[in-house]
Write a new protein. Structure first.
Length: 295
């Protein structure tokens, strides 16, 4: 394998980090500096100087404009996440987070999980809006983590995709893993993690279709990757091949993808609960434009 791909698998680092190590001369093959594209050959003596450990990411309590609390009780808090907000702090991210916003609002969450991810049982992409649940009690964290793992949580998304998927009701069953060439992207890859997406077209337009999506698994970028693989990328999702002309005409600066509803057994009593999020202004406006016959 190439140095960047092989060391990424061997050490659990991203290919970008490994490439950086190689550029700094911190990867040696038989005592000689290796380039990221060099090959790892059996029997070669490999030396890697690892970077210093990253400092723990702290949670800064900062109010998040536009984030609404849909429901709160002793065990859970359900929020309507706006665009441009991460689920939790992470290295390199300096923008607002759901966890930081809850802290600023005086909401105490579960202490389970890594310090920066306490209470987080699932995530939404920074550019994806919609409903998200955070555990407040330790019991809720354990129960919800198990529910997501066992796939008893009903996660519904609405996505506006280019063109018209055929069939109009179907299932996409294709494994997903890191993109073989672009570390910041994911792709359908042989040998990737099993990934299953169920969809149904609910409204069709001349250039796009509004689809109701139910996730059976929860891989990073799953909906975006699966529909891009079908050549029906989410409108506005330039990372995964969307048409920039259509995105501009609809005034979209991000993918049209919204976490519409979340349904699960409440950790306290086991009763089924469901929470729904309305479309934010930019996504609703794009739909109105498509529905306008004069467009």
């Amino acid at each position: 394998m190439r140095v960047d791909a092989g060391l990424a698998k061997l050490l659990g680092l991203s290919r970008t980090v490994v490439a950086g190590l190689a550029e700094q001369g911190d990867v040696l093959l038989d005592g000689q500096p290796a380039a990221k594209s060099d090959r790892l050959v059996a029997g070669t003596w490999l030396e890697v100087t690892l970077p210093e450990p990253e400092r723990p990411v702290t949670v800064a309590p900062v109010l998040v404009e536009g984030m609404r609390i849909l429901h709160e009780d002793d065990d859970i808090v359900v929020v309507d996440k706006p665009v441009g907000v991460a689920a939790h702090p992470s290295p390199g991210w300096t923008g607002p987070t759901v966890i930081g916003g809850l802290a600023a609002a005086g909401v105490r969450v579960s202490t389970s999980g890594a310090a920066e991810r306490q209470g987080v049982v699932h995530r939404l992409d920074v550019g994806t809006t919609g409903v998200m649940v955070v555990a407040k009690s330790e019991h809720a964290y354990t129960v919800l983590k198990r529910a997501f793992k066992e796939r008893t949580v009903d996660k519904r998304y609405h996505a506006l995709v280019q063109g018209h998927p055929d069939p109009s009701v179907g299932t996409i069953d294709a494994p997903i893993d890191r993109h073989p060439r672009h570390d910041y992207k994911f792709a359908v890859v042989a040998g990737g993690k099993p990934s299953v997406t169920h969809y149904e077209v609910v409204e069709a337009f001349r250039a796009a279709s509004l689809v109701d999506v139910r996730l059976e698994t929860g891989r990073t970028h799953q909906i975006r990757v699966h529909f891009a693989a079908l050549r029906h990328p989410c409108v506005g999702d330039l990372t995964y091949g969307a048409d920039p002309v259509l995105a501009k005409r609809l005034h979209l600066s991000r993918q049209w993808l919204h976490a519409r509803s979340l349904s699960f057994d409440h950790p306290a009593d086991g009763q089924r609960v469901e929470f729904t999020s309305e479309y934010p202004a930019d996504l609703a406006a794009a739909l109105d434009t498509l529905r306008d016959e004069s467009w």
